[in-house]
Design a binder for this molecule. Structure first.
Ligand SMILES: [Zn+2]
Length: 472
């Protein structure tokens, strides 16, 4: 292994920048750890793994001091079947495993389940079924460790529909009983408290300002160290608040929700909104030459993270409205859209309008100035969102521009390598941009977008070509 000395140094110095990028198995104890674990075994007793499932496959149990399931995740960018693998892994995060799950995922991607299986075995050494169940089991372990939920609820929250199946898989994959991980914590008024770790550095100020720029009052709240919002998920309402804990490289997240079986999906969405799983050092070195540009309106960061939207639907609506208006009117229209059509609770919390609320209130939309082609586009998009489940919506849309589709992929699906397949970029600069910022083109776009508050396409082309000349 070429990274051996890096891994060794990282674990001996307990460098949090490597948290989640590799794991170490301790041969003498049979447990596996994060690089930041307080335990420091001798090098001769250690073997390294790039993923947790590799360690588990090799027979290691998770450490109960550093809890490997609490490490930040990582989006896979350097493997052969990157696109298919990431799509399938993301769908597994949002769907609970059932007999037909793998078949459904394969169909959704447009390949055979046999092909999907081959890809998983090649990339991870385990089948897609085992991979899916392992993700659910690791999530369950995190809940057992961090929350006070009863074991039955932990099972449902992690996507298992029977306690017996949950116990069986947990014992098989974690090498211990669920009750062994159980810890008694204080209850918190029915809310669920969790920690979501990230790999430092996390430029919170940049993220906070980015959220603030497009904030929807009463639906989102932004404080010095906190971001929170309401959400609607599968017909239920909830909300979360995330407070950054810079000292421990994590967010303390409090979640309010109505249905416990949605917890795993909701946590996955929060991770994406805060972009905690990105390999930020790789993003930095990829965008390096870009960040050397002189600063303009918005202070650029070397460590940009993407402030996510709740869903494909929400990101789509915002992108559609944004495309049809200039920046200032777009934000005004989005606010009017949410405040006039969305549900408002007694305590003043505002919720993003559901597709059904939009369909029933076309007249209301006209009153706030959403008319003509924009109205038609919104109506068609919401209709698709009523008919399809979220992961299928993009496949059934044919009237949206490539720009809107890219915005959805960046802000709702967290795809790191999207670019705006847009008419306004000329063919040459688009190509240059593609090569230069891959596999993190989405982050490059974010820098561009935030810096050029009123995106002037000509200016962008000039900037790109000027930059190319300077570097040549
Ligand atoms: Zn450990």
């Amino acid at each position: 292994m070429t990274n051996l000395s890096t891994y060794r140094l990282a674990r001996l110095t307990k460098d949090p920048r490597f948290d989640g990028l590799f794991y170490l198995g301790v041969k003498t104890t049979g447990i596996y750890c994060r690089p930041i674990c307080p335990a420091t075994p001798l090098e001769k007793n250690v073997e390294y793994f790039t993923t947790a499932h590799q360690a588990i496959k090799a027979g290691y149990r998770p450490c109960l001091r550093c809890h490997p399931d609490s490490a930040p995740g990582v989006s896979v960018t350097k493997i052969k079947h990157q696109d298919i693998f990431n799509k399938a892994a993301n769908m597994m995060q949002e769907e609970n495993f059932e007999a037909h799950t793998i078949q459904k995922i394969a169909e959704n991607i447009g390949i055979s389940s046999r092909h999907l299986r081959n890809i998983f075995v090649e990339e991870t050494g385990i089948s897609p079924k085992t991979y899916a169940l392992l993700q659910q089991t690791l999530f369950a372990k995190k809940l057992l460790h961090q929350t006070t939920l009863p074991i039955t609820e932990v099972a449902y929250a992690s996507g298992f529909n029977s306690i017996r199946r949950f116990n069986d898989y947990f014992k098989k994959l974690m090498g211990m009983c669920p009750s062994k991980v159980r810890k008694i914590n204080k209850r918190n008024n029915g809310c669920i408290d969790l920690k979501l770790h990230y790999r430092p550095p996390y430029d919170w100020e940049f993220m906070r300002l980015s959220f603030d720029k497009e904030k929807i009052d009463n639906m989102e709240w932004i404080l010095e160290n906190k971001y929170g919002r309401t959400f609607t998920q599968d017909g239920t309402r909830g909300g979360f608040t995330a407070e950054i804990d810079k000292k421990n490289n994590c967010f303390k997240v409090t979640i309010e929700l109505e249905r416990i079986s949605l917890l795993r999906k909701i946590v996955y969405k929060i991770r994406r909104i805060l972009d905690v799983d990105t390999d930020i050092e790789s993003v930095k070195s990829c965008l390096n030459h870009y960040s050397k540009r002189p600063e303009k309106i918005f202070k650029l960061t070397e460590y940009p993270r993407i402030p996510g939207k709740w869903s494909v639907y929400e990101a789509g609506i915002c992108a559609i409205i944004e495309q049809s208006k200039d920046d200032m009117n777009a934000q005004k229209n989005i606010l009017a859209f949410v405040h006039n059509l969305g549900f408002k609770s007694e305590n003043g919390h505002q919720y993003f309008p559901t597709p059904c609320q939009v369909q029933e209130n076309a007249e209301q939309l006209k009153k706030i100035g959403i008319v003509g082609a924009l109205l038609d586009e919104i109506m068609m998009f919401t209709q698709t969102n009523i008919e399809m489940i979220e992961s299928e919506v993009l496949k059934h849309i044919n009237n949206l521009t490539p720009r809107i589709i890219s915005m959805i992929k960046i802000y709702a699906l967290g795809e790191p390598n999207e670019y705006l397949g847009e008419e306004q970029f000329d063919q040459n600069s688009r190509r240059t941009q593609n090569e230069k910022y891959s596999p993190y083109r989405s982050y490059h776009y974010l820098q561009t977008r935030i810096q050029n508050i009123d995106l002037d396409p000509q200016q962008l082309i000039n900037d790109t070509s000027r930059q190319n000349t300077t570097q040549a």
